[in-house]
Design a protein around this ligand. Structure first.
Ligand code: AMP
Length: 285
């Protein structure tokens, strides 16, 4: 089969295509997404194309990573537009499974995580990474890609996935992709559509604050002080609250008192009812 674009709904359809590609020695990349695709996802597809000859984009709004009070039912969905976006970006196959292809009746398995999954997002969303790890493991076993592509936008998720595939010996390379941002610095996100015009205008303060705190840390500032001041600046700038703004080891995500090794500033802050995530690299002083 040529590189012509197509969509699969069932595991059988996915595997038929993957087996055809394998038979002709194609190198296969998987880009897992929840749809509502934007330029950030496009940069993942482009990275996938540079690293593989066939690119599968999965679109699945995973119910297991949403708590009952979260936005599962109103999460933005626009499948026709997403399929066009994948085709335009040079992807070869959209895997948009029906729920039963991922969670067949009687499904009773879940993955428990420690290490990089502890704290940060897990504090506000205790079941989140178990849901992510379960669906990522399924998608990797279903598609059997050579490489899977994840954005640094969800930095803790990236570290959880890297740990997961190492710990479970899943034979796939994980390719991280830098954060795609709007011209004013706001990290692109499917949930940015929830921002009102006023909130959207204030939102770039998050990345600007992270950049400023990262610069202070790189010149030797105490992390607790610099992060507390950054959080205060966000609240003064109109954010409703800061769930965390913290310096972590870039690999293990353990807390750092100062930037004496490669670190990552990680933040989650609320603007009105919208929770924004962002992060910034911190190089040692
Ligand atoms: P989502 O559809 O939001 O679950 O995201 C699917 C993948 O796209 C994840 O690996 C995200 O980290 C990645 N992603 C989302 N937004 C961005 C962005 N602005 N820049 C880079 N990657 C992103």
């Amino acid at each position: 089969m040529s590189g012509a674009f197509c969509a699969a709904r069932t595991l059988a359809e996915l595997r038929a295509r993957v087996h055809t590609w394998r038979a002709s020695n194609e190198r296969i990349a998987l880009v897992p997404t929840m749809g509502a695709l934007h330029e950030g996802h496009v940069s993942l597809i482009e990275a996938a194309r540079r690293s593989a000859s066939r690119v599968i984009v999965s679109i699945f709004v995973n119910p297991r990573q949403f708590a009952p009070h979260e936005d599962f039912s109103r999460y933005p969905r626009d499948e026709a537009n997403d399929i066009a976006t994948v085709a335009d970006a040079g992807g070869h196959l959209v895997y948009a499974p029906v729920a039963a292809a991922v969670y067949p009746p009687g499904f009773a398995t879940e993955i428990r995580l420690k290490g990089p999954a502890e704290g940060l997002e897990s504090k506000a969303r205790p079941h989140f990474f178990s849901g992510v790890a379960t669906v990522v493991t399924k998608l990797l076993l279903q598609a059997e890609p050579d490489v899977a592509v994840f954005g640094e936008k969800d930095y803790q998720q990236l570290k959880v996935v890297q740990r997961l595939v190492a710990d479970l010996s899943i034979p796939v390379g994980i390719l991280p992709v830098p954060i795609a941002r709007a011209a004013d610095g706001l990290a692109l996100s499917s949930r940015n559509v929830y921002l009102s015009a006023g909130e959207r205008a204030r939102a770039p303060l998050l990345s600007a604050t992270l950049r400023a705190v990262a610069a202070r840390l790189a010149s030797g500032a105490d992390a607790e002080t610099a992060c507390a001041e950054g959080a205060r600046a966000l609240v003064e700038g109109g954010f409703a609250g800061v769930d965390y703004l913290t310096l972590r080891d870039a690999e293990t995500l353990e807390p750092l008192a100062q930037a004496d090794r490669p670190g990552r500033l990680l933040a989650a802050a609320r603007l009105g009812a919208v929770r924004l995530l962002d992060n910034w690299p911190v190089r040692p002083a």
